[in-house]
Design a protein around this ligand. Structure first.
Ligand SMILES: [Ca+2]
Length: 328
């Protein structure tokens, strides 16, 4: 199914008020809602407030929301925040479970669309206001999404903005697996910002943040408050100042495990097997070339058994770092 050029131009949030240009799903008052999208194209939809392509929100205690989007494309949508998609729970902490698997999220924009919402999350916005929100993003590509406005202090996150309570008691609200962030752009965080997330076999490269140190410093790649980075490549992201690839924010630190990171700062815990070496991507791409130091140097513990394209992992002597498993 293809949903094209939907418009929701009202202004106060919720389906009746400017959320969800293509599809809006709202559950409240203890209800349960399941939304399953398979092989759907959301293209060129716009919403004033949130979720240009899709908005799914749960409000009120006792409500539950289950959203699964598989093998779909979210392209060229725009909204104030969550240009491609937006998922949200309110402070009453209703249950929400979101799965994105095999989704191409590209060329979406967070921008002031007929409104005054400060733009963030060109690709996807996840706003879980309590412990009962969980999201898993697998085999998904965030490419060339943009958050921007005329004011350089806005336009915060280009790819994925996960505003959650963070990882607590060993459990993270967001897992991002076999996923690529490439060529996303924003003022503060090009690829991704998460209060708490577990990254497994993620590749983030050539994402761009524009804010210089004199105004607070942008990070082209990933900003993480808590969580772990496992088998991942954060390399060659762009910003005026360091750190360009990873900024860890909290005192507890972010666990780094068998990952390849070029330019990082903030407290991290070295869990072993980490390198900082040119991953030798195929030019203009995120696939690994023969001779890449990321081939067979990841860990298979906790790694998915296929890569983002379905190639077997491990292939060869061991599991690779990044979303791609090198197949000779
Ligand atoms: Ca391998």
């Amino acid at each position: 199914m293809t949903i094209v050029r939907g418009r929701n131009f009202l202004s106060l949030g919720g389906c009746q008020n400017g959320a969800g240009g293509g599809i809006c799903a709202l559950v409240s008052s203890g209800g349960a809602l399941t939304l399953t999208l398979n092989r759907v194209v959301l293209q060129g939809n716009q919403a004033t407030v949130a979720g240009g392509g899709l908005a799914a929100d749960a409000v009120d205690v006792g409500s539950s929301l289950n959203v699964t989007v598989t093998d779909s494309t979210v392209i060229g949508n725009a909204a104030g925040f969550g240009g491609g998609m937006e998922f949200d729970t309110d402070v009453a902490d209703p249950a929400a479970h979101v799965i994105l698997d095999g989704v191409l999220i590209t060329r979406n924009r967070a921008a002031a669309v007929h409104g005054l919402i400060p733009p963030t999350a060109g690709g996807v916005f996840l706003g879980f206001n309590g412990q009962n929100g969980q999201a898993e993003i697998r085999n998904t590509r965030f490419e060339r999404n943009v958050a921007r406005s005329a004011d350089e202090f806005e336009g915060v996150v280009g790819g994925l903005d996960a505003e959650t309570p963070g990882c607590q008691m060993g459990s993270c609200p967001v897992r991002v697996v076999n996923t690529v962030f490439q060529g996303n752009r924003a003022v503060a965080s090009g690829a991704m910002l998460a209060r708490g997330a577990e990254l497994v076999n993620v590749t983030a490269t050539r994402n761009h943040a524009s804010m210089p140190r004199s105004r607070g410093a942008g990070v082209g790649g990933v900003v993480l408050d808590s969580g772990t980075v496992l088998n991942s490549i954060l390399w060659g992201n762009l910003a005026p100042d360091s750190p360009r690839d990873l900024l860890a924010h909290t005192m507890v630190g972010v666990g780094l495990d068998h990952s390849d990171i070029l330019d990082q700062s903030g407290p991290v815990t070295d869990l072993g097997g980490n390198i900082s070496a040119n991953p030798l991507f195929v030019v203009g791409d995120i696939h690994l070339r023969a001779g890449s130091p990321c081939i067979d140097t990841g860990t298979c513990t906790g790694a998915p058994t296929t890569d983002f394209e379905g190639d077997p992992r491990p292939t060869g002597a061991g599991c690779d770092m990044g979303a791609d498993e090198f197949v000779p």
